[in-house]
Ligand binder design. Structure first.
Ligand code: FES
Ligand code: FES
Length: 154
């Protein structure tokens, strides 16, 4: 079955089995591999993308449900990896293995699009959805506090 949607600003159509997930289509059909597959059951956040600006775990999200909607992956978040959150993570060298960071960036970007100056407690509560097996949480928090202090992120 065919599903048409905007992907990173470009109209896109994917022909896939009815039970295909958005993550599968993004990685296997569209070859955008920045979005990661990890738990596959909606508990780790590695696969987070934005759908109409909202953070969504794409591993369990049906591809068919994005018909007519706008999907943004890590590849479409900024032109040159220069979104303020990406820059803050680079400056603080927060990533260790880096596997979780697509999800970290996308989830943080969704928070700060809605609330450009979140408190530390709001950051911690929101980012609780994205696991980091390397335990880079202190550096993630410190980078996001820096961005929040600077205000506007887009
Ligand atoms: S891979 Fe989707 S939440 Fe873990
Ligand atoms: S940096 Fe390795 S899982 Fe987060």
């Amino acid at each position: 079955m065919k599903t048409s949607f905007m992907l990173n600003g470009t109209q896109t159509t994917v022909d896939a089995p009815e039970d295909a997930t958005l993550l599968w289509a993004i990685r296997e059909r569209l070859k955008l591999t920045g979005t990661k597959y990890s738990c596959g059951i909606g508990v780790c956040g590695a696969c987070i993308v934005h759908i109409d600006g909202v953070s969504v775990m794409s591993c369990g999200f049906p591809l068919a449900a994005v018909e007519g909607r706008a999907v943004t992956t890590i590849e479409g978040l900024s032109q040159n990896n220069d979104h303020p959150i990406q820059k803050a993570f680079q400056e603080t060298q927060a990533p260790q293995c880096g596997y979780c960071f697509s999800g970290q960036v996308m989830h943080a970007a969704a928070l700060m699009n809605d609330n450009p100056r979140p408190s530390e407690a709001e950051i911690v509560e929101h980012m609780d959805a994205v696991l980091c097996r390397c335990g880079a949480y202190p550096d993630i928090l410190s980078a996001l506090k820096k961005v929040a202090k600077g205000g506007q992120v887009s």
